[in-house]
Design a protein around this ligand. Structure first.
Ligand SMILES: *[C@@H]1O[C@H](CO)[C@@H](O)[C@H](O)[C@H]1NC(C)=O
Length: 500
């Protein structure tokens, strides 16, 4: 009886949907089919399912796809690769794999049950390098060309516009004078010289410089960076008030309407990109999968969890108590308003981020600055209700309210109305959820995060008027060696002399 139930359970989805997958016309696309061209922490490509009548399929067909990435090391062993197929529940699947050592004569088999899909097997003779292999292309433009990066980004143009030419010695002197307050603020001066990274940090809390180190080191493994230097704000809040002129160029992870900081993808997003299929489990690929509850079965309730980092978060708790049928909201930690725990608590246990999407409406409300979860909420299978905010991340400028998300007022005064509107206009809201997800797929994938950093560095460096020098007392951020357990990486672009 148990067995029968199990069989029925698994057979049911395909019985209901009756989709006949056509492996021949099913399409595969993405850079991950040509991993020899560029190293990434994780290579990825997409499967778009087509049926035997030639129609694009827009719902899950279960888990019939499997992928094997098979290659040899130079010692003739199988090379170590970890792969995953992620169901996006919309007729498309993300395939991703992490390569741990240099692979030769690689075959990527993409199978539908036991049949090859599209042009599978993909055969690659050239070496494929792991993320930790030092094997840079000659410069940023050649890397950006292979990665098919966009040539401009509106946010970068806007941020750099006030700084047509930069005398960096002036900037550094003035930044120290204006912002050096060790207990309150932290920033680092980075220098890139001969593709090596140096820094000098100012302030008491500079641990987060490891995130900047990590992306710079990763980029330096992939492309020879120009000699350059810049200042990175390591704190939460943007630094550069628009009121205080002349403006100073400072890179930050968060921007705001009142400040003129040059924004970069947040350390959170960047780290999730570098560490996916590694130390991090929540990333912008995994969050598109991992919640199979279809839209129609998600609870039509606005969901939120988080800590007490802003008054409106407490107000949200109050509002949810007045309208328990519309909200499921709880604080998970008290830190900023410890004395309010009795009123707004008790705090609730953390729940898996993937389970957030058992609910249709995902509330995004600022913390100390922009809530860095927004990209993850957009990528998931719900729809985002976003608080109006002066704070932004590097991509907010491209998002459109009422297209990619449903906006609500900063003081929450129209939030109840918005949730009720969403309940009534279900088809429109479901489409908004899909648009938000597409936005992430088109703009925030690992390649896009690297492209943004590359473009920003390149455009910024053009503006520097003085020669880049390593200042006395700067710390050299050492390149990590590739994992020698898996052999030498044997980069074909370097002579033996250059290899580390
Ligand atoms: C709110 O959400 C949590 C987590 O999904 C769930 O355990 C709880 O039962 C929900 N509360 C209500 C009142 O539905």
């Amino acid at each position: 009886m148990m067995f029968l139930l199990v069989v029925l359970f698994f057979a049911l989805p395909s019985l209901i949907t009756c989709i006949e997958v056509d492996p021949q016309t099913t399409k595969l696309f993405g850079l991950g089919l040509e991993p020899e061209k560029l190293a990434f922490p994780v290579h990825y490509f997409t499967i778009q399912v087509y049926d035997t009548s030639g129609n694009k399929v827009d719902e899950s067909v279960g888990s019939p796809f499997s992928v094997q990435v098979e290659g040899n090391t130079d010692a003739g062993h199988y090379c170590r690769v970890w792969s995953q197929v992620l169901d996006r529940y919309d007729g498309s699947y993300i395939v991703r794999y992490r390569i741990y050592q240099t692979c030769y004569n690689t075959r990527i088999n993409v199978l539908y049950r036991s049949q090859h899909v599209a042009d599978s097997p993909y055969k690659i003779e050239e070496p494929i390098y792991s993320e930790d292999c030092y094997c840079p292309l000659p410069d940023v433009p050649s890397w950006a060309h292979v990665a098919q990066c966009p040539s401009t980004h509106t946010q970068i143009d806007k941020d750099l516009e006030p700084f047509p030419t930069v005398d960096f010695d002036d900037v550094l002197r003035e930044t120290k004078k204006r912002y050096y307050q060790p207990a309150a603020r932290s920033f680092c001066h980075y220098v890139v010289k001969d593709n090596m990274i140096y820094r000098h940090c100012y302030g008491e809390h500079v641990n987060f410089n490891m995130f900047m180190d990590n992306i710079l080191l990763s980029m330096a493994r992939k492309m020879i960076l120009p000699d350059t230097q810049f200042i990175v704000n390591i704190g939460d809040w943007p630094l550069v008030s628009k009121k205080q002129t002349p403006l100073l160029p400072v890179f930050s992870w968060c921007g705001s309407e009142d400040t003129a900081d040059i924004v970069m993808p947040t350390y959170d997003l960047t780290e999730a990109t570098l560490e996916m299929m590694g130390r991090v489990t929540l990333d912008l690929l995994s969050v598109q999968s991992n919640n199979a509850v279809p839209w129609g079965e998600k609870k039509p309730v606005a969901f939120w969890r988080g800590r007490d980092s802003r008054q409106e978060r407490l107000d949200l708790v109050t509002l949810s108590r007045l309208h328990p049928q519309l909200f499921n909201v709880s604080l998970t930690n008290f830190f900023f308003f410890r004395d309010q725990e009795e009123k707004y608590g008790p705090k609730q246990k953390h729940i898996s981020f993937f389970d957030f999407f058992n609910y249709k409406y995902q509330i995004n409300i600022d913390g100390t600055v922009a809530a860095y979860r927004l990209p993850y909420l957009l990528a998931g299978t719900g729809v985002v209700l976003k608080q109006d905010s002066p704070y932004y991340e590097h991509f907010y400028g491209q998002l459109q309210p009422n297209v990619h998300y449903l906006p609500f007022k900063r003081d929450l005064s129209d939030l109840v109305e918005k949730v009720e509107w969403a309940q009534v206009n279900d088809a429109e809201v479901a489409e908004m959820g899909r648009a938000g997800r597409r936005f992430v797929q088109e703009n925030l994938m690992p390649r896009d995060i690297y492209c943004y950093h590359a473009l920003l560095l390149q455009e910024w460096t053009k503006r520097l008027s003085s020669k880049v020098m390593i200042k006395p007392g700067m710390e050299h951020v050492e390149r990590q060696h590739n994992d020698k357990r898996f052999g030498e990486c044997k980069c074909h672009r370097l002579s033996k002399h250059d290899e580390l």
